[in-house]
Design a protein around this ligand. Structure first.
Ligand code: CTP
Ligand code: CA
Length: 228
């Protein structure tokens, strides 16, 4: 009951979240993707909505229900995700990039199914680096002026502290959340390391909804308009 009486920490704010994997087509029936379930991003969208924000969720291909009250835009490829994100962020106060964007896409997409040619030789596939959605948004004037607060996620297999700190700086973002521990996909709980300009802080292992609420509170108190 007390929770309902408290002012919501993101009331009147607009939040954009990317979530899930991307799918990079090779031909009409094949492509490359990854094991991201999208759960963390969907849960953050839900927590932001509960905190009073107007939330747009840009989702790669996942099998998850849209959190209540959240506007969802479905995309497949990294380039579509970039386009949808760039359309949404000019009105946003917060951008949270949780998507596991494919780092590379096949350089060309065949219009027809690639067939075996009988030679026993597999087709040669070359890759092109995808746009970095978070870095692109973080370089915008509004992000640099902190009118748009950008948050990144990092799943590292090793040296989380060092890699997360370096990644935060490389992306030019104020806050980065690193997944602590073994790479796990689709699980309902998680453990995060938060890295900002002051250093790092661990959020203990907890169900994703609880962690998402804590992360939203941590973001809310860092927004320039909420400085006390
Ligand atoms: N990200 C993004 N667009 C990309 C790649 C990553 O928006 N093309 C975002 C992710 O959503 C995440 C953050 O950047 O919030 C870090 O993603 P990660 O894959 O850990 O970083 P990379 O820069 O791709 O570096 P690497 O995978 O080589 O560690
Ligand atoms: Ca990557």
């Amino acid at each position: 009951i007390v929770a309902f009486l408290q002012p919501k920490s993101l009331a009147g704010k607009r939040v954009v979240v990317t979530a899930g994997p991307t799918f990079e087509a090779l031909d009409p029936i094949r492509g490359i993707t990854n094991h991201s379930s999208g759960k963390m991003g969907f849960t953050i969208a839900r927590a932001a909505r509960e905190a009073g924000a107007d939330v747009t969720l840009v989702a790669g291909p996942v099998h998850l229900a849209t959190p209540r009250g959240v506007t969802r835009i479905d995309v497949k490829s990294a380039r579509q995700m970039l386009e949808a994100t760039l359309a949404a962020v000019p009105r946003a106060d917060v951008f949270v990039a949780t998507a596991a964007v494919a780092d590379w896409r096949p350089t060309s997409e065949s219009g027809q199914k690639i067939k075996k040619d009988g030679s026993g030789q597999p087709p040669a596939v070359s890759f092109t680096e995808n746009p970095d959605i978070l870095a692109t948004v973080a370089q915008s004037d509004r992000a640099k002026r902190r009118e748009l607060y950008c948050v990144g996620f990092a799943a590292e297999s090793h040296d989380l502290q060092t890699n997360a700190k370096a990644k935060r700086e490389r992306k030019g973002i104020p806050l980065l959340a690193g997944n602590i521990g073994p790479l796990t996909f689709g699980q309902d709980d998680n453990q995060l390391l938060l890295v900002d300009e002051h250093g790092s802080q661990e959020l203990p292992r907890a169900p994703k909804l609880q962690l998402a609420r804590t992360l939203i509170a941590e973001i809310a108190r860092r927004l320039p308009s909420n400085y006390k």
